[in-house]
Design a protein around this ligand. Structure first.
Ligand code: AMP
Length: 542
């Protein structure tokens, strides 16, 4: 063993918080309030307020490891909770405000939340599940208008008298900093516990140029909510790099987002495909209304971004789109669809690579396995379940649940069914639970959806399995049309025919007003199966 050693310097979020004050004190945090006015604070304020928060929580009896829940939109106070709670040694637990009250009561009880911080506008939701949650001892209410009822405390009044500086403890980098619950559509949600170390490493890698690529001169707009999958780590990445951050509050419709991007000269925005489909449709309608010349990067993830979306932004509006894949269990960034100069791809192959889920960022490994759990070849064709591992990939769930998602040799089973090609590009063909199996063969619903969404009349398409008396299952397509457009079933069929084997073509097309979604904006195919799963059987029986 050589005698020299490196320092044992803990990888904790406290470093980012201190750094923001020391080097980026004047950097702005912009919040869009519910009344659409803009509030401006700085990273110096962030440190000051995180310190006050730490004092206030300590005074309320919050100790290392205690859970502090948030039920909040994206705003500056949520950001100070993201930093202040972990720096104190406690654990911030973001509750997804789109969930059903029953799920929220389950999750808050399961995580044993001790304190909850709630936006005033979300108090009606909180009151629906509060009576079922026994562990919560304190309710802090954010928002200026009106008194706080019951034994709730006004967040501002609580922080006001506290000192501006806190002697933050030196923490073990492996201690818990945050908990998010999976938005699993089957079974109970499961808690994923992130450590300081996992978040710091995730932040460093996501800032790499070939990952999400943040820099100090950026103006970052996390459209992705801070109550889901840590807003993809964007709040921490912005603070770590000293980038300006713009938080949209509750206004997430396309026009409000475009107004905000143009007004604040946003350079980097990230959200799920639904958001971007809406934005693209509006931009196509009014290409000159917004000045988006500052926007240099948009990241789309959380669900498959159709190639037509990626191409539409670039070819019609000159806006670069980066497609990324991740999960609550992976902090969440896992893969990014970057082009590699060494591959020398032609334009069609380039678009195909950029519309894939990409290849892993450094420190994440991938493989896909068949039904016998053996790794499959990277031939771009073999479909199997994706497994990943890395320092920010969960190795267990809170309370040891869901053990079957972790392999004996140290991989996490994602539940995504994928192909991987020779260059390592991974493509999701389905969620394991949404897979369509027709006559013993798998059909990729994602490939069909992407093809349908490339039709000019189609805004959104979800393809799902319907039971069939002969084939077991057949694909059905649920389609939402663009405003003012029409298209017939035959036309859609003709659009798909040249691209797919015959047995892949949907058995029928349903024209819907909207496609049911999960709390995080993904197509809820279980609902479609529930509503329309017996359609073909009914037809067959006449
Ligand atoms: P969540 O934990 O709620 O973020 O959900 C994670 C799941 O979302 C993944 O397992 C995928 O099924 C899906 N997902 C995330 N990103 C993508 C993407 N870029 N393309 C397709 N599916 C995605």
């Amino acid at each position: 063993m050589l005698a020299g050693r490196m320092m044992d310097y803990p990888l904790t979020l406290t470093h980012f918080l201190d750094r923001a004050r020391t080097y980026h004190a004047r950097c702005e945090i912009v919040t869009q309030n519910p009344d659409r006015t803009l509030a401006r604070a700085t990273y110096a304020d962030l440190h000051r307020r995180a310190s006050k928060l730490a004092h206030a929580l300590a005074r309320l009896g919050v100790r290392a490891g205690d859970r502090v829940a948030t039920l909040c939109w994206n705003h500056a106070r949520h950001l100070e909770l993201y930093l202040g709670v972990p720096a104190l040694g406690a654990v911030v637990h973001t509750l997804n405000l789109r969930l059903h009250p029953n799920e929220l009561s389950y999750i808050a009880s399961h995580a044993e939340d001790k304190v909850i911080v709630v936006d005033r506008s979300l108090l009606p939701l909180f009151r629906k599940f509060a009576p079922q949650v026994r562990c919560i001892q304190r309710v802090l209410v954010i928002g200026d208008d009106g008194p706080v009822d019951g034994d709730g405390l006004d967040y501002e009044a609580l922080l006001a008298p506290e000192p501006d500086d806190f002697d933050f403890p030196r923490l073990d980098e492996r201690s818990a900093a945050m908990i998010c619950y999976t938005s699993g559509t089957t079974g109970n949600p499961k808690g994923v516990v992130y450590s300081h170390r996992s978040i710091v490493l995730h932040t460093l890698v996501s800032c790499m140029h070939d990952a999400l690529g943040f820099r100090e001169s950026d103006v970052v707009l996390p459209v992705v909510p801070m109550f889901h999958a840590m807003a993809w780590g964007l709040p921490y990445a912005a603070v770590a790099t000293g980038a300006r951050i713009v938080l949209p509050g509750p206004h997430l419709d396309p026009a409000s987002l475009l107004d905000l991007m143009a007004r604040e000269r946003v350079t980097f925005a990230a959200g799920v495909p639904t958001i971007w489909l809406g934005i693209l449709a509006l931009l196509d309608e009014h290409p000159k209304r917004w000045d988006l010349s500052s926007l240099r990067s948009t990241v789309i993830g959380g669900a498959a971004a159709p190639p037509s979306l990626i191409d539409g932004f670039l070819s019609r509006h000159g806006i670069e789109v980066t497609h990324a894949w991740g999960m609550t269990e992976t902090n969440p960034l896992g893969t990014v669809a970057r082009l590699r100069s060494s591959l020398g791809l032609d334009p069609a192959a380039s678009l195909a690579a950029r519309a894939s889920q990409g290849f892993p960022v450094p420190l994440v490994d991938q493989r896909h396995v068949g039904p016998d759990d053996r790794p499959l070849p990277w031939d771009g064709e073999s479909m199997g379940e994706l497994e990943v591992r890395g320092p920010w990939v969960a190795s267990s769930y809170l309370g040891g649940e869901g053990e079957d998602r972790f392999t004996k040799d140290g991989w996490f089973k994602t539940g995504d069914v994928v192909t991987i090609d020779a260059a390592g590009y991974m493509r999701i063909t389905d969620r394991a639970k949404d897979v369509i199996k027709s006559g013993g063969e798998w059909i990729s619903s994602v490939a069909l959806e992407n093809a349908l969404m490339s039709h000019p009349a189609v805004l959104e398409a979800a393809v799902f399995a319907a039971r069939h008396p002969i084939w077991g299952e057949r694909p059905l397509a649920a389609v939402v049309l663009r405003q003012g457009k029409t298209v017939s079933k035959d036309e859609l069929h003709a659009h798909l025919e040249p691209r797919f084997a015959k047995y892949w073509l949907p058995e029928d097309y349903l024209f819907l007003e909207r496609i049911p979604r999960t709390s995080t904006g993904k197509f809820l195919k279980s609902k479609l199966r529930e509503q329309f799963g017996d359609l073909l059987e009914k037809k067959a029986s006449g």
